[in-house]
Design a protein around this ligand. Structure first.
Ligand code: ADP
Ligand code: MG
Length: 346
């Protein structure tokens, strides 16, 4: 039997002390961290970038198949991804949690170990938070703070006609991972004696449960002196995000199905579910890759980076937002991606 220490045995202040006592601040910009009424940061002449995201049990995650350590890690990552998507460097996070007495100290320690692993890996400091109780469900809110050289941040509404449309990594894996875990959960609930075989789908499951933020891509831009014209991270799915960039920039775009980055593991798993891998790449969310547009003159700088795919280009508004299939048919991109697209075909 695992140890179970009740949260009530520590009290609120004891709990906060327990969860934060080993913090060692890594950034010079973190002047005052946990322990006072508020934190103090100084970005020494840089501009400050701030973002916040909530994760709610039953809405954003299911504890039946989400290890708490992964959840802690992912809670940080989804926020850091938004900071990188501004071409900025994350430096601090603030973490708010609401927990019920269903959780033990040991369970919270697991969650925080994932939080601290992400902080260490990405060089950010946990500088504060708030702890509350919840009658039902676990609620997490993370605020990430970052810095950027003045006016080097990259928005969504500044793509230019003729820009190359690029994405990092590969797409659709997290969505297939979710389908897989949901299916195994259903099988388990019907027959708890059946042990799920998660090993064979470890790639797509990892994409869902333990995503990474694309720090490396931002560092690559800096090294190669590339400033994308527009950028965002892909949390809701490529179709929906490319429409944001196009609409907000008042432009059209063309993307090519054959250029979409698809991992073999995702493709094979999609076939098992009888789903088109292209549909997953277009509409699946939660991959936390970067979508960005660059000047055509920067093509030589990115073409050797295997983690970046050029999938199309920005056009004038009047040309609309279209995908060209492998069969060379042209269809409008819709926020629902492939489903609506399939209907058009019929
Ligand atoms: P206050 O009553 O002023 O809101 P708290 O007792 O909530 O203060 O917090 C005390 C300190 O601990 C503050 O620095 C706060 O930012 C930090 N803190 C509280 N909860 C957490 C948490 N879950 N994770 C990290 N830091 C926290
Ligand atoms: Mg408080």
């Amino acid at each position: 039997m695992e140890n179970r220490t009740e949260i009530s045995s520590l009290g609120e202040f004891g709990l906060i002390e327990h969860l934060t006592k080993n913090i060692e601040l890594q950034n010079a910009s973190s002047i005052v961290g946990v322990g006072d009424d508020a934190a103090v940061i100084d970005h020494f002449g840089k501009q400050t970038v701030i973002t916040s995201d909530m994760l709610v049990e039953g809405v954003h995650f299911d504890l039946m198949y989400t290890p708490l350590k992964h959840l802690g890690y992912k809670s940080v990552i989804v926020n850091l991804s938004d900071i990188y998507a501004m071409n900025a460097t994350p430096t601090q996070i603030i973490l708010n949690i609401a927990i019920s007495n269903r959780f033990s100290i040991e369970a919270l320690d697991e969650f925080y170990s994932g939080v601290y692993t992400a902080c260490e890996k990405y060089g950010v400091d946990l500088i504060g938070g708030d702890t509350s109780s919840s009658h039902k469900g676990f609620i997490i809110s993370v605020t990430a703070i970052g810095e950027v050289t003045p006016d080097q941040y990259v928005k969504r509404n500044t793509a230019k006609q003729g820009d190359l449309v690029c994405v990092s990594g590969d797409l659709g894996g997290a969505y297939i991972g979710l389908l897989f875990l949901e299916r195994e959960k259903k099988i388990y609930l019907e027959n708890p004696n059946i042990q799920p075989d998660l090993e064979s789908e470890s790639y797509v499951i990892g994409r869902l449960l333990r995503p990474e933020a694309r720090k490396d891509i931002i560092e690559f831009f800096e090294k190669e002196k590339i400033t994308p014209h527009s950028m965002m991270d892909i949390s809701d799915g490529l179709s929906s995000e490319i429409l944001h960039i196009s609409n907000q920039s008042d432009l059209g775009c063309v993307i090519y199905e054959e250029r979409l980055p698809i991992a073999d593991e995702m493709k094979n798993a999609a076939y098992k579910f009888q789903i088109d891998p292209t549909a997953c790449a277009l509409s699946g969310g939660e991959d936390y890759e970067l979508l960005f547009t660059i000047d055509q003159n920067d093509y030589d700088k990115i073409k050797l980076n295997e983690d970046i795919s050029v999938i199309g280009y920005m056009t004038e508004r009047e040309k609309g937002t279209n995908i060209i299939t492998k069969g060379e048919s042209t269809y409008p991109i819709t926020a629902q991606g492939w489903n609506a697209f399939k209907k058009n075909q019929g």
